[in-house]
Structure formats: structure tokens, C-alpha cells
Design a protein around this ligand. Structure first.
Ligand code: ZN
Length: 150
């Protein structure tokens, strides 16, 4: 294992053990439930959007370390972003975890880059992207959205 992989492993375990923004957001303007039947991961993502900007984002749920850590890192990354910026960030994150991204881009993604090791385990990509798909599904419509990986 390289030093970088060690560091990434530490970031994932830290977010899994002490997830950030792991709570119900009472005054959320958008929310979505996400389910990944392959692994059994379940998430609810809550967002509060004001004047087109994500001012708060939280999640709750249960599942594997990858899905929980990814959701935690995502909530930290999305605050202060517009919907377009969130979509752009997801595209870059998605190409990283599917192995299509390059290392230079990974450096700009900060803690999100810690999930890059997922690209070696194709079946875990859905664990890593579940929170993102749920957040974007929530942003795409008013009220409740449900997202299921298939
Ligand atoms: Zn999972």
C-alpha cells in the first residue's frame, strides 16, 4: 500500500466513524431517499437551498463504510455550492471513482479524492455514488424524491 492509499483509508474510516452532518434537517427544502439494493445501503439526503445556493446539507441512514463515508464527505463538499456546481462536482467525482478521472483532477477534489480507491472495486461504485445521486434527485424536484440504484 502506498502512503497516499494509507491516507485515503484514514480519511474514509474517519468519516465512517464520525460522520459529518449526520442528522435530520428539519427545515430542509429538498430531500430524497436513496437505496442501493446490491449492498443494502439506505440514505436520506436533506438539503436547504436559498437563492439557488445549497446553504445546508445533511444525511441519515445506514450501510457500508464506503456509502456512509462518501455521504459524509459529500455533505462537507456541497455546502455553499449552486446546483450547477454540485452537478459539475459529481461528474468529476464520478469519473474518479469509475477510474475515468486523472490524478491531476483528484488533487483538486480534496477529501473526495479519498474515494478514488473505489475504482478498483467496480461493485462498490454504487455505494460511493448513492448519496450524490440522491442529492441530485432531491435538487431536481420539489418535495420528496426516491432514488434506487439499479
Ligand atoms: Zn455499500
Amino acid at each position: 500500500m502506498t502512503e497516499l492509499e494509507d491516507l485515503y483509508q484514514e480519511v474514509i474510516l474517519d468519516h465512517y466513524r464520525s460522520p459529518r452532518n449526520h442528522r435530520v434537517l428539519e427545515d430542509a427544502s429538498h430531500r430524497a431517499e436513496g437505496y442501493n439494493p446490491l449492498c443494502g445501503d439506505r440514505l436520506t439526503v436533506y438539503l436547504k437551498v436559498e437563492s439557488g445556493v445549497i446553504v445546508d446539507v445533511t444525511f441519515e441512514g445506514s450501510g457500508c463504510a464506503i456509502s456512509q463515508a462518501s455521504a459524509s464527505v459529500m455533505t462537507s463538499s456541497l455546502k455553499g455550492k449552486t446546483r450547477a456546481e454540485a452537478e459539475d462536482l459529481f461528474e468529476r467525482f464520478r469519473s474518479l471513482v469509475t477510474g475515468e478521472g486523472d490524478q491531476a483532477d483528484a488533487m483538486e477534489l480534496g477529501e473526495l479524492a479519498a474515494l478514488s480507491g473505489v475504482s478498483r472495486f467496480p461493485t462498490r461504485v454504487k455505494c460511493a455514488t448513492l448519496a450524490w445521486h440522491s442529492a441530485l434527485a432531491a435538487l431536481g424536484q420539489e418535495g420528496n424524491a426516491v432514488f434506487t440504484e439499479d
